[in-house]
Design a protein. Sequence first.
Length: 249
Amino acid sequence: MNRDIKESFERTRAAGLIAAGALDEVFKIIRPGITTNEIDYLCYEFINDHGAYSAPLFYRGFPRSSCTSANHVVCHGIPSDKVLKEGDILNVDVTAYKDGWHGDTSRMFQVGNISVKAKKLIETTYEAMMKAIKILKEDIQLGDIGSTIQKHVEAKGFSVVQDFCGHGIGKKFHEQPSILHYGKQGTGEKIKAGMIFTIEPMINFGNYETKTLKDGWTAVTKDKSLSAQFEHTVGITKDGYEIFTESKN
């Protein structure tokens, strides 16, 4: 691994561990009766206390430090005084910016006891992300990632959101390449050692179509069906991959 790649991995690893740590803290407090603002403040404080900055805050005008997307919200939900209730499912998406590099991750949380269908959706979404990560190595094509996710998800009866995708990440929050979560095997750019990007499938219980609300950020399912998402930041090595945003708990 050359010096530039080694440095980029070290810096991303440091940022990624902080982001993952913030979500570990969310797990400790998630319960019915908490607000998404409380979750957002916790994430902001944790990231700040670890010498990093919450990259979403003021990014293109986004007003909070994290995205909190409940139930039929697909992504980019804005934290508020909304109180979470028993049976809700929630995605919390955080990005730590430390020493000029980003670590981006999101995770699903259960609020109290949730339905069997919600559990299945969450399980399938996580499985799809991990199946895609496990095929990563030099010279596979980007379409292989999307195909792996789409085949697994559709076999379970769910649908893959097509309006949002993963992305390259490093010194910039979002850069090329775009990582689609659907597609055909054997198509697209070949990935190379040293590349760093996110894989973050958004999976709907119903139709894959989404719409964005008047706030300009919050994306929801058009049919109001449940949606789930997981996200890791990964780097491509000569032998395979490294996940930079794994929980250490």
